[in-house]
Design a protein around this ligand. Structure first.
Ligand code: EPU
Length: 351
C-alpha cells in the first residue's frame, strides 16, 4: 500500500481530467482495500473508489477525501471457472481467456477499465454482457462491515445497470467469478449483426475465438473506442450516454417527431428491450440532432469516429467537457423530446 497527499487524479482517468485528491491510496490486497474503506467510514471521510478510471468524470476542483485505487491482482482459471481480482486489467483478462480457448467474454475485448468495474454497470458490447457469464461477485458491504458473496441474481443486472449502481455507496467489489464455455476453441454464437457481417458469417454462428476478439478490436478501434495515449480521439469514457429505453407509447411519439423532423421516410434505430419496450440509439439521436462526428471547436469535442464519445483534445477542463455534454443533451431534447443520461460516473459535478 502506498499513499500521497494532494495527488493529481487526472492521470488516473481515461479522460485525463479532474483536480487532485486530498489523499490518494493505492491498495494491492483485499485486506488493504477493506482497511481503507473501514477507516474512511469510521471517520466520515468521503471515499472515491478508482478502478481503471475509464468511466469517471472528476470535477476540476478534485476530491476532498480519500481516493482509493484498487490495484489488487489475481487471475485464477480452474477448468471453465475464472476468478478475477477487482484490480485486474479487463482487456488482459479477456486476452488470457481467449488464449485458454474459453468462450463468453471474447466480444468484450478492448474495453478499458478494471475487472471489478465490469459488474457495476454490467459492461456490454458486440452482443455480450458480463451478466451472462458472471456467477458471483465478492464484495465488501459497507453497511454491515462484512465481506459478502452476491450471486448473479443478487446483482440484479439489466442494461448498463446493477444493484451496485443502484446503491453506489454500499458495495466495494473485491473479486468477480465467471463461468465460461469450452467450445473447442470457438467463440460463443455471435449475436451482434455488425460483428457477424465483419466476419462474413451469419448471426448465431461461431468462429475461432481469436478471430472474434480481433474483429471486435478492429471494430472498436474504427469507432475510436480503444484507448491510445497518442490519439486524442480516444481520450474519452467510451459511450458518454446510455441508449434510451422507451415504452411503446413513448417510442410511437418519438417516431412521429422523427418523421416531422427528418421526413416521412426516416426510421429511427429500434432494438427490442423486453416486453413493451424499445431501445433506440443515443449515437443516432446525437448525430441527427446536428452534433455530427468531430462536432465542436473547443478543447472538448465529439470524437471524429463516433458521436457517442465525447473527447478531451488535450487541453480541456472538466467544465469544458460538461458544457459540451449539456449542449448535446439540450439539443437532443429540443429535437426529439428525449433526455439522454450520462453513462460515466460524475464526482463533485453533474450534468
Ligand atoms: N450511429 C450514428 N452516428 C455515429 C455512430 C453510430 O448515427 O457516429 C448510429 C448508427 O445508426 C448505428 C447506431 O448508432 O447503427 C449504433 O451504433 P453502434 O453499433 O456503434 O453502437 P452504440 O449503440 O452506439 C453500443 C454501446 C457500446 C458498444 C457498442 C457495440 C452503449 C451506450 N454503447 O454503442 O459500448 O461498444 O454498442 O456493442 O450501450 C460503452 O458502453 O462505453 C460502449 C462503448
Amino acid at each position: 500500500m502506498h499513499e500521497r497527499h494532494d495527488a493529481p487524479l487526472a492521470p488516473l482517468t481515461t479522460f485525463r481530467l479532474g483536480g487532485p485528491a486530498a489523499r490518494l491510496v493505492v491498495a494491492v490486497t483485499d485486506a488493504e482495500v477493506i482497511e481503507i474503506v473501514r477507516e474512511a467510514d469510521e471517520t466520515g471521510t468521503p471515499l472515491l473508489v478508482i478502478g481503471g478510471g475509464s468511466n469517471l468524470v472528476i470535477g476540476d476542483k478534485g476530491f476532498e477525501g480519500t481516493a482509493l485505487v484498487i490495484a489488487t491482482k489475481g487471475h485464477e482459471l480452474t477448468g471453465t471457472h475464472l476468478e478475477l481480482a477487482a484490480g485486474e486489467v479487463w482487456t488482459d483478462a479477456v486476452a488470457r481467456t481467449v488464449e485458454a480457448g474459453l468462450a463468453g467474454i471474447e466480444c468484450l475485448a478492448g474495453i478499458p477499465g478494471s475487472a471489478g468495474a465490469t459488474p457495476i454497470q454490467n459492461v456490454g458490447a458486440y452482443g455480450q454482457e458480463v451478466s451472462s457469464t458472471i456467477t458471483d461477485v465478492t464484495a465488501y458491504d459497507r453497511r454491515t462491515g462484512e465481506t459478502v458473496t452476491l450471486t448473479n441474481a443478487d446483482c440484479e443486472f439489466s442494461y448498463r445497470h446493477s444493484r451496485f449502481k443502484a446503491d453506489p455507496d454500499r458495495y466495494i467489489v473485491l473479486r468477480v467469478s465467471f463461468e465460461l464455455e469450452d467450445a473447442d476453441g470457438l467463440s460463443a454464437p455471435l449475436k451482434y449483426a455488425e460483428t457477424a457481417r465483419a466476419l462474413g458469417v451469419a448471426p448465431g454462428d461461431r468462429v475461432p475465438l481469436a478471430q472474434a476478439r480481433e474483429t471486435v478490436l478492429k471494430l472498436r478501434a474504427g469507432k475510436g473506442m480503444v484507448l491510445d495515449p497518442e490519439d486524442h480521439d480516444t481520450w474519452s469514457a467510451g459511450s458518454f450516454f446510455t441508449n434510451p429505453i422507451l415504452t411503446d407509447e413513448q417510442f410511437a411519439e418519438f417516431h412521429a417527431r422523427v418523421e416531422r423532423h427528418l421526413g416521412a421516410d426516416a426510421v429511427p434505430p429500434a432494438y427490442p428491450a423486453g416486453e413493451g419496450h424499445t431501445k433506440t440509439s443515443a449515437a443516432w439521436l446525437i448525430d441527427k440532432a446536428g452534433f455530427t462526428k468531430g462536432y465542436g471547436t473547443g478543447p472538448a469535442r465529439i470524437s471524429t469516429k463516433h458521436t457517442l464519445a465525447l473527447t478531451n483534445r488535450g487541453e480541456a477542463t472538466t467544465e469544458d467537457l460538461l458544457t459540451l455534454a449539456r449542449e448535446v443533451v439540450a439539443g437532443v431534447r429540443d429535437t426529439f423530446g428525449i433526455t439522454l443520461v450520462n453513462e460515466p460516473v460524475t464526482v463533485g459535478v453533474s450534468l
